[in-house]
Design a protein. Structure first.
Ligand SMILES: [Zn+2]
Length: 583
């Protein structure tokens, strides 16, 4: 085709046909000469051909529309039509005495072009600076596969330097993603095919961006190899994660372990789970299974009634409203009570007898807490819950489902009893529950959770590091300290006996949450090393039964693992280092 077109260029000697010849107008000859000159100067290459007979369209070689023509025939397209040329030139060339007007046309046109050009530059700059990452990271972006032609996806590592995900090359030279820990990190690390989830999704951009040294990139370019994407170093610890995974066993539920001072997530387990290595083969089965939802990360996406773990906020509100008299609270529990016309009973119908606030909290007495709840100021109670992240967004590497507080300003009095013991319409995620405990362990200050510590280039050079994100104060230090004491008493004298040991000190709250399914959900949320909190653990076992008997012993497994392996020493030193660096 190329050749044919060249021939066409050579052979064609277009003559001006009548159709193409400029019609004589009543303009004077001089003007016409001038017009032709300006015409030749201004019109694009392809416009010139007919007027001058000099050449044909400049980009003809690429133009299929010419391929079928007989050599020598002049194309009857508007490009060769001078009447159109005339019209165009009329826009620019002054008609007798109207120079001013046409100059204004030019001015307007130039201005418009400038404006459009400026807009284009602005859009490109904005796109490359702000939006490129979001667009590349989007799991819906199909073009990110074109990025994969230049970069081999980077690795994901644990805080203790184990590989959690990497890209290998099989015997046929095909890339594949490999997860050495199989199901154990399924939800936290996620997967990178069938859409993306977990760290694979949240850090897709970093994994597909290479910060290898230029010389390395150049060498690989010469060898025709891809650059290697950055390594995402998570805060997760394989020892703690493995212990949590085993402790939950075949039960459904979620476990989180977070350092309250730094917000670093050390373990994140959700069950049922899946093996990301065989996701391709299992995909149909997974989607066929009803009500199993093994892809769901229950730590951040599971909404549960908090049960008695919620009594932490009911107690806090009561302390805030009665700073001088909360210690004088007394109640005699008979195992059941009617408050605001709602019948409430204690767990197993047990009567707890004579109680103050501390004993009612330690024994998790429902009837006492319903009494407390009924004395609260509704609007202040709602505000406290808003402050403590109910009905609001939680900022984290993974999307956290919004928790829901059961009361609003239009609520009936009869709605309050159930809400004050964590039942009713209140629902929350394990992540949210863990963060409330982090804030109390931090003397009332919220911490931003994170599960990625830093990004490194494939050759191990640090690219960026996550800063510790201290949030706002949610409670007065003195009130937080009162809660810490209450939580400690739960362990030493109440339902948290499973974490009452001389191997470590712990404080926390159990929960046994009624729900629409079969059997109560079993909760524990608490922290270890009460004088200087190291680790917050939050456990929920769906339909597991009593929090004291099921969830709390699992928390003990995690605390034990943390101290047996002296992880606290390791991580505390590093946290101190980073704090020093910040100051
Ligand atoms: Zn009771």
């Amino acid at each position: 085709m190329r050749k044919k077109n060249r021939e066409y260029v050579k052979n064609s000697k277009p003559k001006l046909t009548d159709r193409m010849r400029p019609r004589k107008s009543n303009r004077d000859y001089v003007m016409e000469q001038q017009n032709n000159k300006e015409n030749n100067d201004r019109l694009p290459e392809r416009g010139r051909s007919a007027a001058t007979g000099r050449s044909l369209p400049g980009n003809m070689e690429d133009d299929d529309s010419y391929s079928d023509r007989i050599p020598g025939e002049v194309p009857r397209t508007p490009r060769g039509d001078l009447s159109r040329v005339e019209k165009i030139e009329g826009m620019f060339v002054p008609k007798s005495g109207k120079r001013l007007r046409t100059n204004r046309y030019m001015l307007y046109t130039s201005f418009l072009i400038l404006l459009l050009f400026g807009g284009l530059i602005f859009y490109l700059a904005r796109f490359t600076t702000y939006e490129a990452e979001a667009i590349i990271t989007s799991p819906y972006n199909k073009r990110s596969s074109s990025l994969a032609q230049n970069v081999r996806r980077g690795s994901i590592k644990s805080a203790n330097d184990k590989v959690l995900a990497e890209t290998g090359i099989d015997d046929d030279g095909e890339e594949y993603r490999y997860y050495p820990y199989e199901d154990i990190f399924a939800h936290a690390v996620g997967y990178a095919n069938h859409g993306k989830a977990g760290v694979e999704s949240a850090y897709n951009y970093e994994l597909m961006t290479s910060h290898e040294r230029l010389i390395e990139q150049f060498k690989q370019g010469i060898r025709g190899r891809k650059n290697i994407g950055d390594t995402v170093v998570t805060t997760l610890d394989t020892r703690l994660q493995k212990r949590a995974y085993e402790a939950l066993g075949s039960r459904r539920g979620a476990i989180l372990a977070i350092e309250p001072k730094t917000g670093k997530v050390r373990a994140m387990v959700s069950k049922p789970d899946f093996d990301p290595n065989t996701l391709d083969a299992d995909w149909e089965d997974i989607n066929a299974e009803e009500n199993n939802s093994c892809l769901l990360n229950r730590c951040v996406q599971g909404l549960y009634p908090p049960g008695s773990t919620y009594k932490i906020l009911t107690a806090l509100e009561y302390i805030e409203e009665n700073p001088g008299s909360y210690q004088k609270f007394t109640y005699r529990c008979k195992g059941e009570d009617i408050v605001n016309s709602v019948h409430i009973s204690c767990y197993g119908g047990q009567s707890h007898g004579e109680e103050d606030l501390s004993k009612a909290f330690a024994k998790s007495c429902n009837t006492a807490f319903v009494q407390i709840g009924s004395r609260l100021n509704l609007n202040r109670f709602i505000n406290l819950n808003r402050k403590f992240l109910f009905d609001s967004k939680i900022d984290f590497d993974l999307t956290v489902k919004q928790s829901r507080f059961g009361l609003n300003s239009r609520s009936e009095k009869s709605d309050i009893p159930q809400t004050s013991i964590g039942q009713g319409n209140t629902l929350m995620t394990p992540m949210h529950n863990a963060l409330i405990m982090c804030a109390i362990a931090n003397d009332g200050v919220l911490i931003k959770p994170s599960m990625v510590d830093r990004i490194e280039s494939a050759d191990g050079v640090e690219v960026s590091r996550t800063k510790v994100g201290r949030g706002k104060r949610l409670a007065d230090e003195s009130d937080a300290k009162i809660l810490q004491k209450l939580l400690r008493t739960v362990v030493t004298e109440g339902t948290g006996y499973a974490v009452n040991t001389d191997r470590y000190t712990a404080a926390g709250k159990t929960g046994t949450a009624e729900n629409s399914g079969d059997g109560d959900h079993s909760w524990f949320v608490g922290y270890s090393n009460v004088e200087d909190p190291d680790l917050v653990v939050c456990v929920i076992v769906e339909n597991g039964g009593a929090g004291s008997e099921v969830a709390a012993p699992i928390a003990d497994e995690l605390f034990s693992c943390y101290y047996d392996n002296e992880m606290y020493r390791d991580y505390r030193d590093r946290a101190d280092d980073s704090e020093d660096a910040e100051d």
